[in-house]
Design a protein. Structure first.
Length: 127
């Protein structure tokens, strides 16, 4: 896969390219948004713990499809406030492969349950 970050526009704000090009012949895996909820329905406190669980869930889905975090080409993440950005970014930076996927991060008003402060969805390209 080829990453694109043109020198004629501002560099990304964090560790991600402006675009990732997926070559022909790869399968696309679209992952639904994952919340920081454990199999026992518990929700950890704080953005970093929830994001870490989101990424663990994503890793499990990828593994079931025969993929790894290195196959992710795009992440979309949502947090409920700017105060959650550092925690989310810390968990994200531990999870993403090098080179990093394209990424979008948005602040939203909330999720299905008030306890949730982070949601992450992904797009992977698999050989």
């Amino acid at each position: 896969m080829k990453r694109h970050t043109p020198s004629t526009i501002r560099r990304p704000f964090a560790n991600y390219p402006h675009a990732v090009e997926v070559p022909a012949g790869m399968r696309l895996l679209l992952l639904s948004g994952q919340l920081g909820v454990a199999p026992d329905d518990s929700v950890p406190e704080g953005a970093e713990a929830q994001a870490q669980l989101c990424f663990a869930n994503i890793a499990a889905i990828l593994a079931e499809a025969g993929a790894t975090p290195a196959d992710i080409v795009k992440l979309n993440a949502y947090v409920t406030g700017r105060e959650h950005l550092p925690g989310y970014m810390a968990a994200r930076d531990r999870f993403v492969a090098d080179p990093a996927p394209a990424s979008t991060l948005m602040i939203v008003s909330g999720f299905a349950r008030e306890a949730f402060v982070v949601e992450v969805e992904a797009l992977a390209a698999i050989r």
